[in-house]
Design a protein. Structure first.
Lengths: 102, 169
């Protein structure tokens, strides 16, 4: 049997990779890719706690499904924003999208 | 080592390696394809956790919809097919240090927790997880309200995405 710690450390490593991607990439689409990795690692934790806790209590899986829905909403709006900015400013580099900077 | 542990280690290493490729590859189409590999590894992890419904939803929603949306967005926002210039910003090393610190911090936090080496209990005979999820999502005693709010959120996101990306010309 796999102990719970392996899943949690795996999820922590995936979260850190996503955090690095979200903080370090210049391209706005690549930043969203990093955020997807972070959301996935959180979902692994939720599923692992469901399995290693009380199996009859479905809270972990239901929470994971809600996270799926929120991730889908976040990606659709985020990519729509990126495409809209690209149309107006002709760039997707996050450093160059500075209309609100003063 | 049991077979399950070996399978878990192979899947975890594959997922982390493709996750690393997602955040470091220069070509964004390749990064999106590596994301598909990562998401598939996570789906296998759900399978190992006996969360079969989550594994199927992961493949259908994440790989089938979100990853394809990413590939479309990458293709719609390119000046040409080559990626010039640096893909990392000037302060990428700060991000790297923060990510390593997050992992080390979480690792030591988890080390000190007593439930760390917990093993999974056997699933009771005749337990059907999909039925239980269905009941939990539609029962007023459980999670029908978050479920409905999630559907409203999805409609709002759909309308918002169409409005934001709409070309008025």
């Amino acid at each position: 049997m796999v102990p719970l710690s392996w899943y949690l450390i795996f999820a922590a490593a995936l979260f850190s990779l996503g955090l690095f991607g979200a903080l370090s990439r210049r391209n706005a689409v690549a930043i969203l890719l990093g955020i997807e990795l972070m959301l996935n690692s959180v979902n692994i934790n939720l599923a692992a706690f469901w399995r290693y806790g009380d199996v009859l209590n479905m809270t972990g899986q239901v929470f994971a499904i809600i996270v799926f829905a929120v991730a889908a909403a976040e990606v659709s709006v985020g990519l729509a924003l990126v495409i809209s900015v690209y149309r107006r400013r002709n760039t997707v580099v996050a450093d160059e999208i500075d209309m609100m900077k003063w | 080592m049991t077979g399950e542990q070996i399978v878990f280690l192979v899947v975890a290493l594959f997922t982390l390696a493709s996750g690393f490729m997602v955040v470091t590859t220069r070509n964004l189409v390749h990064a999106a394809l590596w994301l598909v590999a990562t998401l598939f590894g996570v789906a296998v992890t759900y399978g190992l956790l006996n969360a079969n419904f989550l594994a199927v939803v992961q493949v259908v929603v994440y790989i089938g919809a979100i990853a394809i949306l990413f590939i479309f967005a990458v293709m719609l926002t390119r000046k040409d097919m080559r990626d010039q210039g640096p893909q990392m910003n000037r302060n990428w090393w700060v991000g790297a240090i923060l990510a390593v610190l997050t992992f080390v911090g979480l690792f030591f936090l988890l080390q000190g927790w007593s439930g760390m080496s917990m093993l999974a209990k056997d699933i009771p005979l005749g337990f059907d997880a999909v039925t239980e999820i269905g009941n939990a999502l539609t029962s007023p005693d459980a999670y029908v309200l978050p479920f409905e709010i999630a559907s409203v959120l999805l409609v709002a996101a759909l309308v918002g995405a169409v409005y934001v990306a709409f070309n008025r010309k």
